[in-house]
Ligand binder design. Structure first.
Ligand code: UDP
Ligand code: MG
Length: 311
């Protein structure tokens, strides 16, 4: 009998968790020839998420949980869940039912019968999501595809089921600055996509704001592409051309007008432009350096305060 590990990152999900557990346990119980293990990861919640998990673990032997000492972020929670999973297949689902558990059956069929190592889910629309977030997100995925040579698709979620082989490969990537969608693409393997219309949160509120989404996007770019660093080269060519143009202009002025003229405006403009380019390039290099700095510290990705259900 195959074992499916269902990994669920949870941050302040007291309202959604009971609904999630009921619906997912019911659906998973119907997948023939399988047994289920739930691995909930409480990512430093400040509400009653942990109490709910303790109760579930007491009532249902299939429920295991890890509880972090503080909020480490969804990426760390997913890594922790994957590294504690013992299933032949691992699935990652959000706790808010935005990832419909009904897709677990078709996903299991895909990874066992159709020769794929992974089956992921992709939203066909972003109904219910803010207009600005929606536009920025789709633009981001298009740009990532171009500059990072990563195969990301618009609407792709972390929601997927993968084979043990692929889960082990993902766990081998131990970097501190994690961007799991990029890591999935990096480790390769054949992935089939199932499409579904966007579902709104069952309860509670989204944990993201524009600022955290922006830093998530930056993580994707700087973890998987060195293209921004090559802007330095482009910037130096640009500034050389600008300097040459101003110099040529001045000489031309000297020849035609018989004097160097007195206007400092082009010189000031040029200095400002060059300074701007230098600052931008320094900022980009800083992004890479700070990431390297964090990697070299080799800090743990998460710290567990309590756990239950594991041998
Ligand atoms: N989450 C987490 N740690 C965080 C933020 C979110 O574990 O720091 C979990 C959250 O509980 C949910 C999933 O990640 O299960 C997705 O979060 P959310 O629904 O807030 O994101 P959205 O669906 O709005 O992108
Ligand atoms: Mg959500």
């Amino acid at each position: 009998m195959d074992k499916i590990s269902i990994i669920v990152p949870c941050f302040n999900e007291e309202e959604a968790l009971p609904l999630f557990y009921r619906r997912t346990a019911e659906v998973a119980g119907r997948i023939e020839g399988t047994e289920t293990e739930f691995i909930f990861v409480d990512d430093g919640s400040s509400d009653h998420t942990l109490e709910i998990l303790e109760t579930l673990a007491r009532q249902d032997k299939r429920v295991k949980y890890l509880s972090f000492s503080r909020n480490f972020g969804k990426e760390a929670a997913m890594y922790a869940g994957l590294s504690h999973a013992s299933g032949d297949y691992c699935a990652i689902l959000d706790a808010d039912l935005q990832d419909p558990p009904e897709l677990l059956g078709p996903m299991y069929h895909t990874v066992t019968q159709e020769g794929y190592d992974c089956c992921g889910a992709r939203r066909t629309d972003r109904k219910g999501e803010g207009g600005l977030r929606s536009t920025l997100s789709s633009g981001f995925y298009k740009m990532m595809g171009k500059i990072c040579k990563l195969n990301l698709s618009d609407g792709e979620r972390d929601f997927r089921m993968m084979s043990r082989k692929m889960a082990d490969a993902v766990l081998e990537v131990k970097e501190y600055n994690r961007y799991l969608k990029g890591i999935f693409s990096f480790v390769g393997f054949d992935t089939k996509w199932i499409e579904f219309p966007n579902a709104e949160r069952a309860a509670g509120t989204s944990k993201w704001n524009i600022r955290s989404l922006f830093s998530y996007a930056m993580e994707g770019v700087f973890s998987f592409s060195s293209a921004p660093a090559s802007l330095a080269t482009a910037g130096s060519v640009l500034s050389f051309c600008a300097a040459a143009a101003v110099a040529a202009g001045s000489i031309l002025y000297r020849i035609t007008a018989g004097s160097w003229g007195s206007s400092l405006l082009p010189v000031i403009l040029l200095i400002l432009v060059l300074n701007g380019i230098q600052m931008m390039v320094l900022g980009i290099l800083g992004q890479y350096l700070s990431r390297d700095y964090l990697e070299s510290k080799n800090r743990p990705l998460y710290i567990i305060r309590s756990q239950a259900g594991f041998e």
